[in-house]
Ligand binder design. Structure first.
Ligand SMILES: C[S@@+](CC[C@H](N)C(=O)[O-])C[C@H]1O[C@@H](n2cnc3c(N)ncnc32)[C@H](O)[C@@H]1O
Ligand code: SF4
Ligand code: SF4
Length: 396
């Protein structure tokens, strides 16, 4: 949940990160994902939303949706990521998009790209979309088997070309599992060939259609191997391709340690990490589900702090920031891990495992066997031990 190259090598916050920092300073939402529908035309075997062809009975009406856009504008939301389900399936998708753009909120779309024709790509650009995140899971045969709809691989590859032709940047996303792991380096190479700017690699969340599938998660060693590859990539000044990692925040201190072992100064990145922890829960990030439920993270659809029908935007935002007040516990507690406030551990996995968002993250790749975790002295910054990451979720 951090743009690794930008974090450790750019030294200064990007425009979007600066806006998110300012929003956080003002107590406003720093980023927002809005699942405008749960409905989907695909049936991906891993989908944490368990999305299918059904619309949830209490889905926000079109009027509710337009009111929501006014509220986002009034709350100073800098950027909204429209997601789902498949957001482009909502009949008034284009109206929602144009109203968001007209309200001065930057729209970004997370889509399976099956509706992105050449015309749609141009129309997205005309409506202020400069950034799309879309999913690729492996070669054609595997991708179509996972999505359970033949032809989707060809559609997504065509769509990426249309988007680039329309000057829309593309982030390729993938969920890392034991099945997709063998394809990950090919997916990265293909994303580069297709002129995509970034890959977002997300650890498997075991809910929805993945509930109970813990055996499908990749091992600590595999995550470390992939992080080592990312370290090689970002340390190469010739390379501009960006890496974002989701739902496994311990990869960020792991990568920082590997960079430091190569003599690379990570202190500027660590300073920036004092604003947003690697896990975005409690950092001003807001997800709104298709029924108006306000969630600390899109990966736990049943963890809400209220419904937008019942509480104000300000109240919802306040409740989300409150989640940052308490420390994580167990091996993620400040007295057990020096990275506690940098990383926090994945609070959604904690919620899903124990019904308590503060318990330790047992998927930590730095500290897989529990026990104390100490930050190397040379990594400590004037800002203290806490380090952070920029606004994430570009990709969820
Ligand atoms: C829920 S989809 C919504 C947007 C759009 N339908 C799509 O597939 O890109 C957003 C992202 O979540 C990822 N995702 C779905 N289930 C997941 C899971 N169990 N663990 C991690 N990522 C998952 C998908 O691969 C996709 O990239
Ligand atoms: S991952 Fe996206 S495309 Fe696949 S079923 Fe879920 S919502 Fe649909
Ligand atoms: S122990 Fe927890 S806080 Fe520390 S690095 Fe691991 S996941 Fe992050």
């Amino acid at each position: 949940m951090a743009h690794v190259r930008s974090l450790f090598f750019t030294g200064v916050a990007s425009e979007s990160e600066s806006k998110a920092q300012e929003a956080k300073r003002l107590g406003r939402p720093s980023s927002l994902i809005w699942n405008i529908t749960n409905r989907c035309n695909l049936l991906c075997s891993h989908c944490y939303m368990a999305a299918d062809g059904h619309v949830k009975p209490d889905q926000l009406t079109d009027t509710d949706a337009y009111e929501m856009i006014d509220r986002m504008h009034d709350a100073g939301v800098p950027v909204v990521f429209l997601s789902g389900g498949e957001p482009m399936m909502r009949p008034n998708f284009w109206e929602i998009l144009s109203r968001i753009n007209a309200a001065g909120v930057r729209p970004t779309i997370s889509t399976n790209c099956t509706y992105v024709t050449a015309d749609a790509a141009r129309r997205l650009h005309d409506n202020g979309v400069r950034f799309i995140a879309t999913s690729v899971y492996g070669p054609r045969e595997y991708h179509d088997r996972l999505t359970r709809v033949p032809g989707t691989y060809d559609k997504v590859i065509d769509a990426i070309r249309h988007l680039r032709a329309a000057d829309v940047k593309v982030v390729v996303k993938t969920a890392l599992t034991r099945e997709t792991y063998p394809y990950i380096y090919d997916i990265i190479a293909q994303a580069k060939e297709l002129d995509c700017s970034m890959i977002y690699i997300c650890d498997l969340i075991t809910s929805g259609r993945s509930a109970g599938e813990d055996a499908m998660r990749v091992t600590t060693e595999q995550w470390r191997e992939l992080c080592d590859f990312i370290v090689d990539e970002v340390a190469d000044p010739e390379n501009t391709f960006e890496y974002d990692i989701g739902a496994i925040p311990s990869t960020i201190p792991y990568i920082a340690e590997q960079l430091m072992a190569r003599g690379i100064d990570v202190s500027k990145g660590l300073d920036r990490l004092t604003i947003f922890s690697a896990c975005p829960v409690g950092q001003g990030h807001m997800t709104i589900n298709s029924e108006g439920g306000v969630m600390p993270c899109q990966f736990a659809q049943d963890w809400t702090v209220g419904n937008i029908h019942e509480i104000s935007f300000d109240e919802a935002t306040g409740r989300l920031y409150e989640l940052n007040a308490a420390d994580s516990t167990g091996q993620c507690a400040p007295d057990a891990c020096d990275y506690s406030r940098i990383c926090r551990g994945c609070r959604v996995k904690a919620w899903q495992r124990a019904g308590d968002p503060l318990v330790e993250d047992v998927t930590c790749i730095l500290n897989p066997d529990a026990g104390e975790r100490t930050m190397p002295d040379t990594m400590r910054t004037e800002a203290g031990d806490a380090a952070t990451v920029g606004p994430c979720h570009a990709t969820c």
